[in-house]
Design a protein around this ligand. Structure first.
Ligand SMILES: CC(C)(COP(=O)(O)OP(=O)(O)OC[C@H]1O[C@@H](n2cnc3c(N)ncnc32)[C@H](O)[C@@H]1OP(=O)(O)O)[C@@H](O)C(=O)NCCC(=O)NCCS
Length: 181
């Protein structure tokens, strides 16, 4: 095989998940833009504020030094929704790993990158004693999250339902226990 022929080689593995950093934000915005339709794009400024939240635990996956997937997450409490474009609000006694946003570069979809991010986040959350994980499913991803153990959960409080409504029609609040994978 000629030295320049890489077609027979397996694709290079992405790095292990690491904490999302401020320097990742330009790459994050690129992945976000590639993954979401108009209306769901969140700004550099809001991600910067989220990274400054003391309870955030967001993760990044990079390949060749470039961000290819991210999970924006923080330690929160049950039945509480982060609205679109909203800040991560620190909770006094967190019990829930809140997954605000996860996206994988479309060029690398279907290779298990999202699963790697999820499993790392769940493992850390369990080790910290968090008992649940929650999220808002958008873009028809409810089936994806159901396969990862999340089920729709009702929101009793009007404020939280209003926050959910910022994601438009079809957004669903979902929860799973963190007792097992
Ligand atoms: C959803 C997403 C994060 C999955 O990333 P990924 O690295 O491709 O996921 P994995 O490789 O771990 O898993 C891929 C599997 O999920 C399935 N899947 C991906 N998106 C799905 C969706 N919207 N609904 C149902 N299943 C979906 C794939 O068909 C694949 O199934 P298979 O394992 O049977 O082949 C990625 O597709 C993405 O960034 N989507 C756009 C952003 C988004 O919608 N995020 C979730 C918002 S709540």
């Amino acid at each position: 095989m000629p030295a320049h022929d890489r077609s027979a080689l397996p694709p290079p593995a992405p790095s292990l998940p690491r904490p999302l950093a401020v320097a990742d934000l330009p790459g994050l915005l690129q992945v976000q833009r590639a993954c979401y339709g108009e209306g769901f794009e969140e700004s550099h400024a809001v991600f910067l504020r989220r990274l400054a939240c003391p309870t955030q635990c967001s993760l990044a996956l990079a390949r060749d030094g470039r961000l290819v997937a991210y999970l924006a997450a923080y330690r929160s409490v049950g039945a509480k929704v982060t609205p679109l474009h909203g800040d991560f609000e620190p909770a006094e006694a967190p019990d829930t790993l809140y997954l605000h946003d996860m996206a994988v570069s479309p060029a690398l979809a279907g290779q298990g990158l999202a699963r790697v991010l999820l499993q790392a986040a769940w493992a850390t959350a369990r080790s910290e004693g968090l008992r649940h994980s929650a999220l808002v499913s958008v873009q028809g991803s409810q089936g994806y999250w159901a396969r990862h153990g999340y089920a729709p959960a009702p929101l009793q409080h009007a404020v939280q339902r209003q926050r959910l409504a910022t994601y438009g029609e079809g957004a669903v609040y979902m929860v799973r226990a963190l007792t097992e994978d």
